[in-house]
Design a binder for this molecule. Structure first.
Ligand code: PLP
Length: 355
């Protein structure tokens, strides 16, 4: 039976990305050594990093003056590296979910960090839009896609300050205006690669302004100066990222990724809105195209477990909602084919007919 991977992350990658990475793990560039065995300083590896950086700049139209880095530590390490490197007097955070809250918590260790807007009181069911953004912030931190709650901001907010974006779960799913950001970061394990590497896009002339000593490994300047090679980088995930970037380019770039994401999400949200058994969990204009969250309608609550089992038997993998939301979450990252979404919709329709 064909399986469709709706996991929230680590999650689906294009099959050819997995196959090409596996080939290089067995024999890197015909060297007779595995990609997992070579030094990051091997002469064949530098071109991997260079091509990946060049593709990121091309796909996201990164303007001059920005560096692209591959670091370890996951997006969670960036929660502390951001204020370490950028918080001078006061930082602002949009509290839009679990990850945003964690980022704010770390910033408070370094100085004044304020919650500029929050949807916590409403159970994070919308992405705040109407708020007053103070003008004296060093930066406003936003989580562009809230992986757990299924809300997303698909365009940079109009605010009078510089942005920092956690794009872990929607990077490369649409064009972005990089020039509005001092820093963008994303754990790789959704739209980019296997887990183990974090992508950072940082504006060079914003670095070195924070009034504190920064440990070498946590200072972005270290990694800018050494081209992500200050210490041993995660070689295999970086190679995997390169394969994904080649794939995105060959498919038509982030514009095409956006078109596909919109098409997939429309099919699934239309069914959620039509089917008597289900309802979406977030306000319509905040709906994420990447993580589509829905629950059973109250009168059908008892059918939650049976539907989960029914869908699992039909090849749907990873649709259980996060424990803080319940119900279901179908993550539809770039590599999810429309066929996968149609198979899930068919499950929902057939299950409805039986009840
Ligand atoms: N930010 C967002 C939006 C996420 O979805 C996640 C993980 O799912 C993280 C941060 C944390 O990423 P990591 O596990 O790489 O630290």
């Amino acid at each position: 039976m064909k399986k469709y991977n709706f996991n929230a992350g680590p999650s689906i990658l294009p099959r050819e990305v997995i196959e090409n990475t596996a080939k290089q793990i067995l024999d890197f560039n015909g060297s007779g050594l595995s990609l997992a065995e070579i030094s990051h300083r091997a002469k064949d590896f530098q071109p991997v990093v260079d091509e990946a950086v060049a593709l990121i700049k091309e796909l996201l139209k990164v303007p001059e003056g920005y560096s692209v880095l591959f670091l370890g530590g996951g997006a969670s390490l960036e929660f502390c590296m951001i204020p370490y490197n950028f918080l001078i007097k006061k930082a602002g955070y949009l509290n839009t979910g679990t990850w945003a809250k964690k980022a704010l918590k770390e910033a408070k260790l370094f100085g004044e960090a304020v919650e500029v807007a929050s949807s916590a009181d409403a159970g994070y069911t919308f992405y705040p839009k109407d708020y007053e953004c103070p003008t004296d912030l060093d930066y406003l931190h936003i989580t562009t896609n809230n992986t757990i709650y299924g809300t997303e901001i698909r365009k940079e907010p109009e605010v009078p300050v510089r942005l920092i974006g956690d794009m872990s779960s929607d990077i490369f799913s649409r064009p972005i205006d990089v020039a509005k950001y001092d820093c963008i970061y994303a754990g790789a394990q959704k739209n980019l690669a296997m887990a183990g590497v974090t992508l950072i896009i940082v504006k060079d002339d914003c670095l070195g302004k924070a009034p504190r000593q920064i440990p070498t490994m946590l200072d972005y300047r270290t990694h800018v100066e050494k081209g992500s090679m200050f210490n041993t980088p995660p070689v295999v995930p970086i190679y995997c990222a390169l394969e994904t970037l080649r794939w995105i380019k060959a498919q038509g770039g982030v514009e095409e990724m956006a078109r596909r994401a919109e098409a997939r999400a429309k099919v699934l949200y239309d069914e959620i809105d039509r089917n008597k058994l289900f309802r979406g969990t977030v306000e319509k204009d905040s709906r994420s195209l990447m993580n589509i969250c829905f629950v059973m309608n109250d009168e059908y609550k008892d059918l939650e477990k049976p539907f989960f089992e029914y869908a699992t038997q039909r090849g749907m993998v990873g649709i259980k909602g996060h424990r803080s939301v319940g119900g279901f979450r179908a993550s539809c990252y770039n590599a999810m084919p429309m066929e996968g979404v149609e198979a899930l919709v068919k499950c929902m329709q057939d299950f409805e007919k039986e009840h």
